[in-house]
Ligand binder design. Sequence first.
Ligand SMILES: *[C@@H]1O[C@H](CO)[C@@H](O)[C@H](O)[C@H]1NC(C)=O
Ligand SMILES: *[C@@H]1O[C@H](CO)[C@@H](O)[C@H](O)[C@H]1NC(C)=O
Ligand SMILES: *[C@@H]1O[C@H](CO)[C@@H](O)[C@H](O)[C@H]1NC(C)=O
Ligand SMILES: *[C@@H]1O[C@H](CO)[C@@H](O)[C@H](O)[C@H]1NC(C)=O
Ligand SMILES: *[C@@H]1O[C@H](CO)[C@@H](O)[C@H](O)[C@H]1NC(C)=O
Ligand SMILES: *[C@@H]1O[C@H](CO)[C@@H](O)[C@H](O)[C@H]1NC(C)=O
Ligand SMILES: *[C@@H]1O[C@H](CO)[C@@H](O)[C@H](O)[C@H]1NC(C)=O
Length: 623
Amino acid sequence: MRLAVLLAIFGLLASGVQSKSADEWITTIWDHFKEAVDCSSCQILLSGLKLVADLGEPALVDVLTGVCNLSGAEDHDVCSGVIEKEAPAVHYMLKNLKLGSRTAETLCASIAGLCDYPAVQPFNLTFPSPKPATTRPPPSGKSPIKVVHFSDTHVDLSYETGANSQCTKPICCRAYTEKDAPGNTSSPCGPWGHPKCDPPLRLHESMLAAIADLHPAFSIYTGDVVSHDVWLVTESEVLQDFNATYGAMEKNLGVVYAAVGNHDAAPLNLFPSNKLPSTFNPQWAYDAIAADWKTLTGLPSVYTARQHGSYSAMHPNSKLRIISYNSVFYYKYNFHMYTEPMDPDPDNQLAWLIDELQAAESADQRVWLISHIPSGNSDTFRDHSHALDQVVRRYEATIAALFFGHTHTDLFQVAYTDYAHRRWDTSAAVGYIVPSMTPTSGPASFRVYEIDPVTFGVLDYTQYIANISSFSSSGHDDAAAAAAAVPQWMPYYAAKADYGSKLSPPIHDPAVELTPAFWHNVTVAMERDPDVFQQFWSRRTRGYNVTTCAGDCVPREICALRGADAQYNCAAPTGGFSFSKRDQQKNGEAGLVPGVSSECDHAGMAPLLGKMVYRARLGVMHE
Ligand SMILES: *[C@@H]1O[C@H](CO)[C@@H](O)[C@H](O)[C@H]1NC(C)=O
Ligand SMILES: *[C@@H]1O[C@H](CO)[C@@H](O)[C@H](O)[C@H]1NC(C)=O
Ligand SMILES: *[C@@H]1O[C@H](CO)[C@@H](O)[C@H](O)[C@H]1NC(C)=O
Ligand SMILES: *[C@@H]1O[C@H](CO)[C@@H](O)[C@H](O)[C@H]1NC(C)=O
Ligand SMILES: *[C@@H]1O[C@H](CO)[C@@H](O)[C@H](O)[C@H]1NC(C)=O
Ligand SMILES: *[C@@H]1O[C@H](CO)[C@@H](O)[C@H](O)[C@H]1NC(C)=O
Ligand SMILES: *[C@@H]1O[C@H](CO)[C@@H](O)[C@H](O)[C@H]1NC(C)=O
């Protein structure tokens, strides 16, 4: 640790830790937030928080809530709700954190964007056999089957038609106050949803009915059942949400293979590895979800195979093995992972993944990996992203594709056998990242894949959307008219027609697989033709609130698509709000960029802390 940091920490200790009142601590910590400009000052901030944690969990809650109040990051009830719920995990983490350690640096990089990410430390993964010379099988030529993929439903059972859509909370369309109540607001929510709100159950049911009309062979759901009222969510709300959302799937759809999302417990995000005290384990959530999954798949093994939100199951009468793993173990907002040292393999899930993939390879099966958080996204710890990527590369001939959600936006990620030479002929795997059903970052959406019934390779897909934004913000008098206007689920774009056609040579043949090389070539088409990039950029949010991406933004975003191993995805460390050092130097004040997706913005205490740092810094700049 640098001398300046040691002196600052010594100063803190000498200033009479025990005698400081909560108010004094609030001022001290708020000052640390204001001074948090780099990795060293982040260590000072952590040392202050550790001293507060030493005074006990209630003191930590008081001080953090006070600082949150001062920052104006959220309404007081949101501040205190979020902080109280996650305080036990944060308290435990701070008590055990070693200042200046790699874990502390990772924390400062991932949550506040103040340190660089430490260089990746490869884990010692053991593969039972060397990588075979086999390659992915060619398409069988048999007629394709349809498989539907949807994600991030976030249904809000407290949604009220007519409630205020312009409230001061993270999500609206709830009667938080008298002014927000139906009849008392000039910006009422329509019956089907609003971009500032998580959707009512009826939108989910409408989507499921549209999916059922397409008669898919089966569906996949990549998680996040619970709504974004993160400061209020209780165990009982989570269970009611599971019941409503999974219950509607059971009623409307045939077989659904699902994955656990970071919102699928209360508090959210906090899924500890089995090496932590079991009191932290949300076993009640795992058990409830597994019971729903058992019904949805008809496979008892889904319930019994593993305890913590993962399973491996054979799709009946086929050679397809579905492996659903719990990505929240590798999530940067999961405070339980910031142990000393960080657990390379929480719950031995990676070892289990290798076993399952090896079994599939030996039996000449095909594998789909389904999970919530994309393994190459910056939300995944870089060490774990690298490990997952090594596993995927080892079994590239067996893995037909990977399927994710979480970002709420329409993306994909390509893995390579050689990241120094990212080319079509080094591409090894593709991960499909589907946009959300919740309409907070674009129209509600689901995807229909055309699948080879033998190889389970993806031959094409069509993205569907329901554009509810066109009638959800109308005046109260129009509510009856809007109620009659049931959402129309329409094809939005298709992979081969809209991307395959842009390749050289173009690919139209319905029998050709969308291989990793196809998707690499799509990124090449984006580099060659700015229109192809801009179409992708707009499709991310289904045409909603499309921000400008020009200059450096274009190669950075293309790099992210080529970054299934997160250390190569070109993302600078960001917190709840980002301020990369490069941007600060170049642009001064303009370097403070609210760099969050709408998902991360309301994903609990970690982004809230990031936002508090951001507000503190913003205040300093304006002083
Ligand atoms: C935060 O502000 C609210 C209302 O302004 C107040 O009631 C509460 O006591 C404050 N909390 C702390 C810890 O300062
Ligand atoms: C990696 O794990 C294997 C098997 O457990 C062990 O034999 C080997 O010594 C380990 N290597 C390192 C560098 O830890
Ligand atoms: C609407 O506001 C009025 C007065 O402010 C209040 O009396 C009434 O209860 C509110 N309506 C609802 C449904 O809360
Ligand atoms: C939902 O709850 C009802 C009773 O409260 C129960 O009968 C039903 O089985 C539950 N459904 C699911 C999917 O959990
Ligand atoms: C959705 O509707 C809005 C308002 O009518 C319109 O501006 C937007 O282009 C539509 N989006 C799509 C993808 O059709
Ligand atoms: C990708 O592009 C390369 C070079 O342009 C070409 O040789 C290859 O056939 C293409 N592959 C696919 C799947 O489009
Ligand atoms: C549109 O995006 C910008 C930048 O991400 C954001 O600040 C703004 O709130 C968004 N507008 C809406 C209506 O969602």
